[in-house]
Ligand binder design. Sequence first.
Ligand code: HEC
Length: 93
Amino acid sequence: MKTKLIAIASFFLIISACSSNKSTIQEPTTIAVKMNKDEAGKMLYENNCAKCHDLYSPKDFNAEQWKPIMLSMQKKAKISDEEREIIYAYLTK
Ligand code: HEC
């Protein structure tokens, strides 16, 4: 009787360990990646773009308008192409 219970208990342990593994590997990482990109964009924007003037609201310009602005401000803020892209994605999301 005891061994049967242990066998059943470990069976469920294995099943639940497998299924919880799947959900912790897949869903939270995709959410985390989305969050990180957005947070990185916000962070880069706040750290690099408020040195000379107040931060503009992302809504002040549309995606087309942000393109040339980002290109000229990239030189002023001395940021990389990749950082510019991340900030651009944040401003135009
Ligand atoms: C070294 C100083 C400096 C930094 C750093 C800087 N800016 Fe500017 N920014 C300016 C100046 C000066 C102007 C106004 C004249 C101009 O457009 O060159 C301006 C203007 C702007 C405007 C208004 C453009 C328009 O057409 O009205 C926006 C939007 C802007 N900056 C965004 C940014 C962003 C985004 C960053 C970060 C990547 C940034 N700035 C970093 C100096 C800076």
